[in-house]
Design a protein around this ligand. Structure first.
Ligand code: HEC
Length: 204
């Protein structure tokens, strides 16, 4: 064993090299790593690259946003009262929007709001005007509990009990998604029934 304390020689794998530092009389050899250990090291570096790619971009990658939305949606019915942020997270999830569309077309919303949601008995849901607010908590409240206009006229029926809380949330997510697509994405003024209520565009 060479006492190579200046540590300047080219390391010889057959000789143990003693590092220069010493702490409390304890010194350290500068040994060459065994090959198996090195290979584990290289394989973990390669694997981390693969993992990073798949976690964020791969097929079926579930990012933190998706997880948040899934957890929000799967809360049990008793606590299905979601926060505005939790609901907004749902409004960009394709599977949830599809579920909401099913409710919108299957649960008679069409009869009063039109197949394209541009209004008939009930208000136009594609414009920037809302009688009861454009936050998702407002829309969920409207669908679940219904609304009776103060001035008289047709009322919005309550749907809790007819649609599960989970699906009411999904219906609101669907409405927000089609409203966004009309007012923002295609840039066209919404057609259909004249606006009612206050101008409160969906900006989220
Ligand atoms: C019987 C007719 C009818 C049915 C069915 C109906 N609505 Fe309505 N809806 C209305 C009317 C009328 C209003 C306006 C109430 C008012 O002015 O107070 C309204 C209001 C709303 C609003 C609030 C709009 C705003 O400007 O704030 C939303 C959102 C809505 N409905 C969604 C739905 C959804 C989703 C369904 C299906 C689950 C549905 N409605 C089924 C008649 C209906």
């Amino acid at each position: 064993m060479t006492d190579n304390t200046d540590n300047t020689n080219t390391p010889d794998p057959n000789k143990a090299i003693l590092r220069a530092h010493s702490f409390d009389g304890i010194q350290e050899y500068d040994n060459v790593l065994p090959m198996w250990m090195l290979y584990i090291f290289y394989i973990s570096i390669a694997w981390s690259g693969w993992y990073f790619y798949n976690y964020h971009f791969g097929d079926g990658a579930v990012g933190p946003r998706d997880l948040y939305a899934q957890q929000a949606l799967n809360k049990p019915a008793e606590v299905a009262i979601l926060s505005e942020d939790e609901l907004r997270a749902l409004s960009t999830q394709d599977d949830i929007i599809a579920m909401g569309k099913e409710e919108y077309t299957g649960k008679g919303c069409i009869a009063c709001h039109g197949a394209d949601a541009s209004g008939s008995v009930g208000p136009n849901l594609l414009d920037d005007f809302w009688k009861y607010g454009s936050n998702m908590t407002d829309i969920v409240d409207t669908i679940a509990n219904g609304r009776v206009p103060a001035a008289g006229g047709a009322a919005m029926p309550a749907h809790k009990g007819k649609i599960s809380p989970k699906r009411i949330n999904a219906t609101a997510a669907f409405l927000v998604s089609i409203n966004r697509a009309t007012t923002k994405t295609d840039g066209k003024a919404p057609t259909g029934k004249a606006p009612e209520g206050e101008k409160q565009p969906i900006t989220y």
